[in-house]
Design a protein around this ligand. Structure first.
Ligand code: ADP
Length: 373
């Protein structure tokens, strides 16, 4: 902006305001909107153009109007955060008097009278909703971890204290306490390794080794690994394979983990005598292959279904099969969260359907491998 270049200032400032990635409005002392950028029009869902409107026709929030009035009266910048109630919206609103003012006398230097001489006020709105949401997620995450760690640690301490009393006098019970401590320690170890795994997957540190794999092979390997566990818990495990020769693009180790985890859950939530079917079938004009784990277990309540893929979400413990892997079949609530990440990293989807009392079906899709010529 030096030298002889002639600048069209009107256009220059218009473009400048549009270039700022925040909603910006400019109002005069009478709260008439003199200028706004497209971000403001978008955020306020205001009909275009906003021009010649009063501020309260655009921002329907008395507290924000009050903030603007404070800035007009005091001639000073104001800034405050507002929770907009619905759907966790959070805005930081700043009002800045524009330094374009006319001094008439020296007495107008006092803050109040100085305020009188500002004609325009910039209102900048920062949408902090996403930031606040992430903060909430982080807080919940820490609260959940603390809870998950504290409960088994408290039992270990209690068991160790009881063991101390029993060790010389009641050797039989002492042995039981040692076993219980081992179960809790195992649970803690699993929890910590699942947490590490989830955070590594989430941060993209687990590279997927995608290779063409026969769909059938994934099902058969899961069957072989899980059959002993199913038999031990007296549920029938069967396969149902259609076009199993299809090659899918998968990291077979990661997919095997997901599959095993789904079957493990199915066994956990299916009473003795029930049946679990695992299988595969083609989908969407041969571009994706579907895999499923169907059980005749206790099912999942409709209000729980949308939440089961959240990390740490656990259904009512009392509903799982008694004595299944540790007391009350406790799990970390991380298994399905990990499964979702793995499947989505493959470009697939994982979903669940269920009817309480009849059973659940978990389905995931994988892309069919493109055969190189
Ligand atoms: P965990 O099994 O460690 O509790 P998951 O993330 O694997 O955690 O599962 C989350 C919740 O989803 C379980 O606590 C349970 O309530 C529900 N769930 C998962 N699979 C089934 C199933 N096959 N039948 C009934 N409920 C299930």
């Amino acid at each position: 902006m030096t030298g002889n270049t002639t600048i069209n200032y009107r256009r220059f400032f218009h473009e400048l305001l549009e270039a700022i990635p925040w909603p910006i409005l400019i109002v005069d002392r009478a709260l008439s909107v003199s200028y706004y950028n497209q971000h403001a029009a978008h955020l306020l869902e205001a009909a275009d153009p906003l021009k010649d409107l009063k501020l309260d026709q655009v921002i329907h929030d008395a507290a924000i109007i009050q903030l603007v009035q404070e800035s007009i009266q005091t001639g000073s910048s104001q800034s405050r955060e507002y929770d907009k109630g619905k759907a966790g919206l959070s805005w930081k609103v700043s009002v800045i008097p524009l330094g374009h003012r006319s001094y008439k006398t020296k007495t107008e230097q006092s803050p109040k009278s100085a305020g009188q001489s500002y004609h325009y006020f910039v209102i900048a709105i920062e949408d902090l909703s996403e930031l606040r949401r992430l903060e909430r997620v982080r807080r919940d995450f820490i609260a959940n971890i603390s809870h998950e760690l504290r409960t088994p640690l408290a039992s270990v301490r209690l068991l160790a204290e009881t063991l101390e009393d029993a060790i010389d006098t009641d050797r039989e019970n002492a042995q039981t306490f040692v076993e219980k401590i081992e179960i809790e320690v195992q649970y803690l170890t699993d929890l910590v390794s699942e947490l590490l795994e989830l955070s590594r997957i989430e941060s993209g540190q687990v590279p997927m080794m995608i290779e063409p794999v026969r769909a059938e092979q994934l099902v058969r390997e899961t069957m072989a690994r899980m059959l002993p566990q199913a038999q031990r818990h007296r549920v029938v495990l069967r396969t149902d394979i259609t076009q199993g020769e299809t090659m899918v693009a998968a990291d077979s180790k990661q997919i095997a983990r997901v599959f095993v985890n789904l079957v493990h859950n199915a066994i956990k939530f299916t009473p003795s005598g029930g049946m679990i079917v695992i299988g595969t079938t083609p989908e969407v004009a041969g571009r994706t292959q579907r895999f499923f784990v169907r059980d005749t277990g206790i099912g999942i309540r409709p209000e729980e279904l949308p939440r089961i893929f959240e990390r740490f979400y656990k259904g009512d413990r009392a509903r799982s099969k008694v004595d299944f892997i540790g007391p009350g079949g406790v799990g970390s609530g991380l298994g399905l969260a990990i499964a979702r990440h793995v499947i989505e990293a493959h470009g697939g989807r994982i979903t669940a359907e269920s009817t309480v009392g009849q059973g659940s079906t978990f389905t995931f899709t994988l892309p069919v491998a493109v055969q190189s010529q």
